[in-house]
Design a binder for this molecule. Structure first.
Ligand SMILES: [Fe+2]
Ligand SMILES: [Fe+2]
Length: 129
């Protein structure tokens, strides 16, 4: 289990984010003419991600996490990459394909495996007896 707050848990948010990634990548790989719909889904996904990043950063700051700066910088990198990627898809500059879907999924998965899991382990070590 991850960190709990009164509103939602980080784990709940990760679960919702993963579900969105799966539906967006499904559309990317099954309908090559869906650039407008994919761009719209990516725009709302980016907003959800921003709220999640804010939540995660608040918890890290509150817990004085020593990896906070690097983690926050990677959030900013991911956020700006997604915004640029979305505008390129919207403009038809990036074709929808399995490779496009893999790139999108890969960015988020890398962040989770490299940064989110490290914070989860650190936080668990702080709170275990
Ligand atoms: Fe994160
Ligand atoms: Fe996260």
């Amino acid at each position: 289990m991850y960190i709990e707050t009164k509103k939602s848990t980080i784990a709940d948010e990760h679960y919702a984010i993963t579900a969105r990634i799966e539906s967006i990548t499904y559309l990317m790989t099954t309908d090559r003419d869906a650039s407008d719909r994919v761009a719209s889904l990516l725009a709302s996904f980016t907003n959800i991600l921003r709220d999640h990043f804010d939540h995660e950063e608040r918890i890290m700051a509150d817990n004085k996490y020593d990896g906070y700066d690097a983690h926050r910088k990677h959030h900013a990198y991911l956020y700006s990459n997604l915004a640029h990627y979305t505008s390129c898809i919207s403009a038809g500059l990036i074709p929808l394909s399995k490779e496009t879907a893999d790139t999108f999924r890969g960015w988020v998965n890398f962040h989770v495996s490299r940064f989110d899991l490290a914070f989860q382990e650190w936080h668990s070590a702080q709170t275990s007896p």
